[in-house]
Design a protein around this ligand. Structure first.
Ligand code: OFO
Length: 172
């Protein structure tokens, strides 16, 4: 495997791993603050990031490279409020998108079209995740500090998570 591409892929492994930990910390904070639907959403999101990391690890190894498993850095324990959680989530996703774009760039420079093709999955995934984070943030800004609105937001998010889990468990 091209060493420059391998290095960039391993850097992406670190990013996906830290995304997973970051969202796990957010999920735990939400759970402790009575936001059960939001915590469910964030626990699921954390699992998805772990899956993104695993997909990279497998790809690196299958292509003759060596995946490096990163250590775990401590994510924050406290967050100011739910709006701040999703602001941080969106900022984080934007940074991940920039890193994926950089990876695409390196693949093209190194003429590694197989990895370029593989990375396209992450390009579309980032698009979806950014759009989702933005729409959640818009809703939270609309609600402001309203407790009733927050209750409904949390309930709706739980319903959305349950629905996508149900769809995912159905046979294709
Ligand atoms: Fe890995 O998809 Fe976002 O960060």
């Amino acid at each position: 495997m091209n060493p420059r591409v391998e290095k960039a892929l391993n850097e992406q492994v670190i990013k996906e791993s830290s995304s997973s930990q970051f969202y796990l910390a957010m999920a735990s904070w939400s759970e402790n603050n009575g936001l059960n639907g939001t915590s469910k959403f964030l626990y699921t999101h954390s699992d998805e990031e772990r899956f993104h990391m695993l997909k990279l690890i497998k790809f690196i190894n299958e292509r003759g490279g060596k995946a490096v498993i990163p250590g775990i850095a401590q994510p924050p324990v406290e967050f100011d409020n739910l709006e701040r959680v999703f602001e941080l989530l969106l900022e984080h996703e934007l940074a991940v998108t920039a890193s994926i774009n950089n990876l695409v760039d390196i693949c093209l420079q190194e003429k590694d079209y197989t990895t370029h093709n593989f990375v396209q999955w992450y390009v579309s995934e980032q698009l979806e995740e950014e759009a989702l984070a933005r729409s959640i943030l818009d809703k939270l800004r609309l609600i402001g500090g309203d407790k009733g609105g927050m209750y409904m937001f949390d309930r709706d998010l739980e319903a959305a998570v349950n629905l996508s889990a149900k769809i995912a468990s159905q046979p294709a």
